[in-house]
Unconditional design. Sequence first.
Length: 400
Amino acid sequence: MTTMGALGMKRCGICLMTLLMLVVAAGSGLATATPAGAAAATKSPIVIPYIATISGSAAAPGVPVEVPPAQMAIAAINKAGGIDGHMLEYKLIDDANDTPQAVSDFQSIENSALVIMGPIFGNPFSAVAPLANAAGIPLISGGSTVVAVAETNRPYIFMTNPNLAPIANQVAKTFLHANPTVRKVVLISDETNLAPIAQGQDTANALAAAGADVVGTVGYPYGTTDFSSIVTKAASMSPDAIIVSGQPADAAAIVQEIRRQGIKAVILGDPTDYTPSFTGAVGSAGVGMYVYTPFWPGASTPSVQAFNRAYAKASGGLTTNFTAAFVYESFEVVAAALRKANFEGKSLVNARKSILKALETVSITGVSGETVHFNSHGYVDRSGYLLRLGANGKTTLVTS
């Protein structure tokens, strides 16, 4: 199959993306990702499959957080002329945060895709990445934080998230400096989903390295709805601080239960806890807790504030978080690689190799103003921020 066959890959007649975009457009006036001028383009569009979590218990309520930034990036790329005259489109594929579904999704596109975006969540990403790497298909996740997947599936697997362990080490010292009475720490962690498992362990290891005593871990299976016994068990260890690591809805319920039981321990959440889903669900129980993140929408950087405004408009009022920013950047960096790759006219196998080579060397200026460039491990090095939550979703940057 030549690249022109991949360029001509068509969307299903009435697929989930079409339905979703119609719903969003009707509800918020959001434009589709391809500008009106694209119809006049003489070259066939490049269609990129985008595997994301649109349904299922892990999906964000309302407009999925990962859809508007993809639409925004596609619109910006096409407004700038697309890829050498080809308009860029994406085919949205829902994995429902289900590993077998994600594998099936991959199998449906592996013989035609030039490059694949997603999956967003860690478990589907960990299942699809080895398959894409073995097939020689460049795959870029804009949402997963499980760096081990990228590290062990070289050279075709990339992610725009950073390794969170160095960021955890950085913020742990700041957290303990801001809370000098914290000595004993307990971790409450999801024991099903890879991302919160890794993030929770990174946070616990960082606090231990910074001088705290991590006295225990209380795990829970994903799908738990009553966290009272989980929190009671954590409280029995008399912690000065509790790390909460879980999917946003679970983390919010745990924080609420900690406060309902009157536990005075300081709460520290990982990056998953700094999302619109979490801050919207946790309510006043989250006031005073800490979270850390590789992207802070409260930064005064003009590019961050511009992105915040554009994302709020595109999403119907959602607050920006790291997934929104990094999904946007993932499409931008792929577009830059496609422009550089000189893949047209080559066989699909060789086109993918050209795109891989471009991805290994290309760089862009990201939303935060930092350079987005994949390191030899397949992820992006970034700075981190420790934040304290206030009322109505407001945050304060905590510095040492």
